[in-house]
Design a protein around this ligand. Structure first.
Ligand code: G6P
Length: 371
């Protein structure tokens, strides 16, 4: 009913708007007044966590993309090698895991069969398994050694939104916790990142408050047959998620690519007026930002219609943007928390305009309990 949806047309839209609160809830109580992260639900001892020599993240769908973001953060902060693998691929290739491997599994529902089978396989090989999950008492956390609950509240829309953002937060918390335990980051560095995480609910709200241009864009693009999404670094999983949302909800052909791979193939797809969304990394010391600007110039020169997600105050890209979507200024690793939101809204709105059932897309299930 409309009341259940809090006055929104879809659960998905309601859940998109719940994200500031959901992210705040994921962060709640993780950080004590002495400036130490305390993840009580991690029942793996600090001594064991110091022995870990490899992390393997296993998940499906949108949760897999949270895992791709996690790799960048975890490796950067902890220097522990981190692989990310689709759960449905993991156990069929005789993966190398053992007692010093930490398997991190990400599942909103905690019931996805592919993911469950993968962690059973990992535990048979004696790996330690930590679940990032939104559903208390579900099967995956029950069969894991440890759990970080995301506390996003029930997610009803089939396409994950607040589930995804809170998974990202849990991944950042895990990365920082491992860095703290292993001493690869000092307390003040962790405090700086935690402080920025604590600003995120307000910044996500800011994105939602300024969302009207994205809604307008959805009506403008409702008849497009194909849309591309590009990003680099953590912007790459954001691009994949933007494309997945369009496929799931609007039944539009969409692809996400690593912008640096353009020249190795995807650029052949660029055609007159093809919409291309690009996530621009924050202006920083590294070359990432400038490289993405060159990628945008390349697609624009070949006729693409460019929709550019870029932080406030960055004017370098303006000459090459047909549409600008402004993002709050955040650090590179945390940018997915704000950059994903316009793409969720875009897909939700476009599907609405096309008359599709946004909460129950055809052929999809909220949790896939068969392999
Ligand atoms: C289904 C849903 C997706 C979800 C995926 C993984 O395919 O339609 O939205 O991302 O399962 O679900 P999980 O509950 O394991 O995160």
């Amino acid at each position: 009913s409309a009341a259940e949806k809090g006055g929104f047309d879809w659960f998905m839209r309601k859940e998109i708007y719940e994200q500031p609160r959901a992210v705040a809830d994921t962060l709640l109580g993780r950080y004590d007044s002495d400036g130490a992260l305390t993840l009580d639900e991690i029942r793996i001892s600090e001594a064991e966590l110091r022995q870990i020599d490899k992390i393997v993240v296993i998940a499906c769908g949108t949760s897999f993309y949270a895992g791709l973001v996690a790799k960048y953060a975890i490796e950067h902060w902890t220097r522990i090698p981190c692989e990310v693998e689709l759960a449905s691929e993991f156990r069929y290739r005789d993966p190398i895991v053992g007692p010093t491997t930490l398997v991190v599994t990400i599942s909103q529902s905690g019931e996805t069969a592919d993911t469950l089978m993968a962690i059973r396989h990992a535990r048979e090989q004696k790996a330690r398994v930590l679940a990032i999950c939104n559903t208390n008492g579900s099967t995956i956390p029950r069969e894991s050694d440890a759990v970080i609950y995301t506390h996003a509240g029930p997610e009803v829309g089939v396409a994950s939104t607040k589930g995804f953002l809170t998974q990202l937060v849990a991944c950042y918390l895990l990365g920082l916790y491992l860095a703290q335990v292993r001493g690869t980051k000092y307390g003040d560095e962790i405090a700086t990142i935690m402080h920025e995480l604590e600003q995120m609910p307000a910044l996500i709200q800011q994105v939602l408050d300024g969302i009207q241009p994205v809604l307008d864009l959805a009506s403008e693009f409702a008849d497009e047959p194909s849309v591309l999404f590009l990003g680099r670094h953590v912007g790459y999983p954001v691009a994949l998620e933007g494309a997945l949302k369009l496929k799931e909800l609007a039944y539009i052909h969409a692809e996400g690519f690593a912008a640096g791979e353009l020249k190795h193939g995807p650029i052949a797809l660029i055609d007159h007026q093809l919409p291309v969304f690009v996530v621009v990394p924050p202006q920083g010391r590294d070359m990432l930002h400038d490289k993405v600007i060159s990628n945008i110039q390349e697609v624009r020169a070949r006729g693409a219609k460019t929709v550019i997600l870029v932080e406030e105050g960055d004017e370098e890209v303006t000459p090459y943007a047909d549409v600008l979507i402004r993002l709050p200024r955040v650090s590179t690793l945390l940018q997915p928390l704000v950059a994903t939101v316009p793409l969720q809204v875009f897909a939700c709105e476009l599907a609405t305009r096309k008359g599709h059932d946004v909460d129950q897309p055809r052929n999809l299930a909220k949790s896939v309990t068969v392999e």
